[in-house]
Design a protein around this ligand. Structure first.
Ligand code: 2P0
Length: 337
């Protein structure tokens, strides 16, 4: 019976949602502990989630990772296995585990999934290993997997603290407002489903090592964070949108100035930047943000969604549109089954 109880305790499933930063994370102050060089502010997305099951099993000789129903490549498996070593060390267990992770959004849609993936993995694996973590500790743990994952622990509007401590104990995310605070929508305009040539981690490191604008990017971030908190507090949509657009373009400009330059955009990305600005001149309340890839994410309020969706439906180069309101905290799913 004891064995049965132990086995039951060593299994858990969690769901976490993706997020999009309004004030971007770009740069690390410590690579090993994955500490960000800047704070960031994001919104969590209801329609994009990852569901992850973790089962520790003494019979396994190595960690196994299934992604969307298929065994993961060796590089991904090792990244996750290194993360599981952190869990094992904290929980003082030695069992290897089987991880089954599934995104509810189309794979190969060119959308980053490391935020929802590591937030779901942190919650499921800590629970399965018998750790009881506070939300702050969970966010710190998720950060070790991927910086943006620290934010996906919470729903709604979320701020990731850069922190000061060398051990990362104050580098975690906090919720600024729950999802129901403001009916914002993000419309993701997918322009390419190809794998990007340079990932976020590599792109950040190259930027901080070679971009002449990196120092300026870092030195202005606290002001942008303060302004964004204020725009959210006042529910000032124009201010939020204008500032998000500014901060995203500034991040990209800093990366473009690296040597060699890092350019995540394609032609459609640029056409869409112009189109959003044309729409604004015609009175539409819509802004954009862009992450480490060629997709353009529109920021708007709920009443504008249908019109914008229709407007971009047949825009040349757009492969797919995903509309999402803000989503909830990460949560456990039938924890003990
Ligand atoms: C962000 N991005 O704030 C920024 C904007 C991409 C562009 O966080 O190295 O995959 O795993 O900590 O979390 C993507 O970075 O990087 C990201 P790691 P991560 O959303």
């Amino acid at each position: 019976l004891d064995d049965e109880k132990r086995l039951r305790l060593m299994k858990a499933t969690a769901i976490a949602h993706a997020n999009i930063a309004l004030i971007k994370y770009w740069g690390k102050r410590d690579e090993r502990l994955n500490l960000p060089a800047v704070g960031s502010i994001s919104v969590t997305l209801r329609e994009l989630s990852t569901k992850t099951q973790v089962v520790f099993d003494e019979k396994l000789t190595r960690d196994e990772l299934i992604l969307n129903g298929t065994p993961a490549g060796e590089e991904e498996r090792q990244r996750v296995s290194r993360f599981m070593d952190i869990i094992r060390s904290e929980a003082k267990i030695s069992e290897k585990c089987k991880i089954d992770s599934r995104n509810n959004f189309p794979t190969g849609a060119g959308l980053a999934s490391s935020a929802s993936a590591f937030a779901a993995l942190a919650l499921a694996s800590s629970h399965a290993a018998g750790l009881t973590l506070s939300p702050e500790e969970l966010s710190i743990l998720a950060r070790r997997g991927s910086g943006s994952a620290a934010r996906s622990v919470y729903g709604g509007f979320v701020e990731m603290k850069k922190g000061e401590a060398a051990d990362g104990s104050d580098a975690f995310a906090v919720q600024l407002a729950p999802p129901e605070y403001w009916d914002l929508h993000i419309l993701i305009l997918i322009t390419s489903t190809e794998q990007k040539l340079i990932g976020s981690t590599g792109g950040m490191i190259q930027t901080q090592e070679t971009s002449p604008y990196y120092f300026r990017w870092i030195s202005e971030q606290d002001r942008d964070l303060r302004e964004m908190r204020e725009a959210i507090r006042k529910r000032d949509f124009e201010h939020l949108g204008e500032l998000a657009e500014f901060n995203a373009l500034k991040m990209h400009a800093t990366a473009i100035a690296a040597r060699p330059g890092i350019l995540y955009w394609n032609g459609t990305t640029v056409e869409l930047i112009h189109e959003v600005r044309r729409l604004r001149l015609q009175g539409e309340a819509v802004y954009f943000t862009i992450d480490a890839g060629p997709q353009v994410k529109l920021i708007c309020e709920a009443p504008s969604v249908d019109k914008l969706r229709q407007h971009f439906q047949n825009f040349p180069g757009i492969k797919q549109i995903i509309d999402t309101p803000l989503g909830p905290d990460a949560y456990l799913w039938e924890a003990s089954k």
